[in-house]
Write a protein that binds this ligand. Structure first.
Ligand code: PLP
Length: 389
């Protein structure tokens, strides 16, 4: 059998199951108003929560570093890829996350995989929230430790699992800060007090919370006023650039630098990306206005959709899942939104449970109130037309 015939069979299987994926071509800067596959749309599915990806200060910072340092880093951090910008950014992240030190990875995905595959050992166990991101799950798969999954943000179940795993040498509780499909916030205060009681370590992936939650955008730790042992994050969401990081004690960072394979065997991100991310943190630290605007949009949209009669999941985060239920109806809903110039994807099983298909909206501070008005009127009319509300 030729390789293509075999692969086509496999592709046909996912097409039949309705979970085939393909790419869409975006034209222009990552702002809400974009041409997608040639058609004007307002994007409601971007992670550029504070609108920093197209901010002039980030672009200037990157341009300057690009001139001085070139387009690529040319090697792993441990060979020829390290620059003053990598080090400056790591100091900045450590200050922002209130940890002793931080280490950059090429992406948040690789940070999660790097930490979880290197830190827990064979005699340890990882307690992982049921809805953790794929990169956490893959990190658990690569780890020598066992993994035990607890029910999503269910503290009773976590405590049960902590009781059942006393035989292990060390226990690591790993959780997303804001969950990417449900928009829920992990109760980090409760998780940390359980961890203290049961002598476990806490690792939080603050990909969606960095720059968004907390008085100065410090993330879930700042929001709850707690200090997890390790914070992982990405620079690709509210920070508006690319790359990932792990933050914690100086010893932990030294350990990662010597053990995390996704750090050691990876070309460093370009200095220009570091310069842009550094400038993004300067903006995040000094201006709460964008965050305030984002929060006011979140509140307005959540309240209006609930008042219309929609089942809106999650907490007050920029991820707003609107449950439609039936998978086909959800796809029809998304198509009707697109006809009205609104780009918001339909999320179906197996990504979410059967009967929980949803439109997943993500809100950014770059949206305009006129965009929100159009979104809400469209949800109202389509919801009535499809007998959902
Ligand atoms: C919760 C979470 N963690 C990690 C990642 C990976 O980050 P990155 O895109 O930088 O690889 C994502 C999304 O992409 C995410 O949603």
């Amino acid at each position: 059998m030729k390789i293509d015939a075999w692969l086509n069979e496999r592709l046909d299987r996912i097409k039949e199951a309705g979970v085939y994926r393909n790419l869409r071509t975006m034209n222009g800067a990552p702002i809400p108003e974009r041409k997608i596959d040639g058609k004007n749309q307002t994007v409601w599915s971007s992670n550029n929560y504070l609108g920093l990806a197209s901010h002039s200060r980030l672009i200037s910072a990157a341009q300057e570093a690009l001139q001085q340092f070139g387009a690529g880093s040319s090697g792993s951090r441990l060979t020829t890829g390290n620059s003053v910008w990598h080090e400056k950014l790591e100091k900045k992240i450590a200050g922002f996350k209130r940890t002793e030190a931080a280490l950059l990875f090429s992406s948040g995905y690789l940070a999660n995989v790097g930490v979880l595959s290197s830190l827990p050992e064979k005699e340890d166990v990882i307690l992982s929230d049921q809805l953790n991101h794929a990169s956490m799950i893959d990190g658990c798969r690569l780890s020598m430790a066992d993994t035990v999954v607890y029910q999503h943000i269910d503290m009773d179940d976590l405590e049960n699992k902590l009781n059942e795993t006393q035989r292990y040498q060390r226990r690591f509780i790993v959780t997303d800060g804001i969950f990417s499909m449900d928009g829920t916030i992990a109760p980090l205060d409760q998780i940390i007090s359980l961890a203290k009681r049961y002598h476990a370590f806490v690792i939080v992936d603050d990909a969606h919370a960095t720059g968004v939650l907390g008085e100065s955008g410090g993330g879930t730790s700042e929001y709850f006023g707690v200090c997890p042992d390790i914070v992982i994050g990405t620079l690709s969401k509210a920070v508006g650039t690319e790359g990932g990081f792990a933050a914690g004690s100086a010893v932990f960072i030294d350990f990662l630098l010597n053990h995390a394979r996704t750090f050691i065997f990876q070309t460093a991100i370009p200095p220009a990306s570091c310069a842009a991310a550094h400038e993004a943190f300067n903006i995040i630290e000094t201006s709460g206005e964008k965050r305030q605007l984002l929060i006011s949009y979140i509140n307005m949209i959540r309240t209006s959709l609930k008042n219309m009669g929609y089942l809106v999941k999650g907490d007050h985060t920029p991820i707003i899942p609107v449950v439609i239920g039936d998978a086909r109806k959800t796809v029809t809903f998304a198509e009707k939104l697109q006809d009205k110039g609104i780009y918001a994807p339909a999320i179906r099983p197996p990504t979410v449970a059967l009967g929980e298909s949803r439109i997943r909206l993500t809100i950014t501070a770059d949206h305009k109130t006129s965009d929100i008005d159009h979104l809400l009127t469209s949800f109202h009319s389509i919801g009535k037309e499809l007998h959902i509300i």
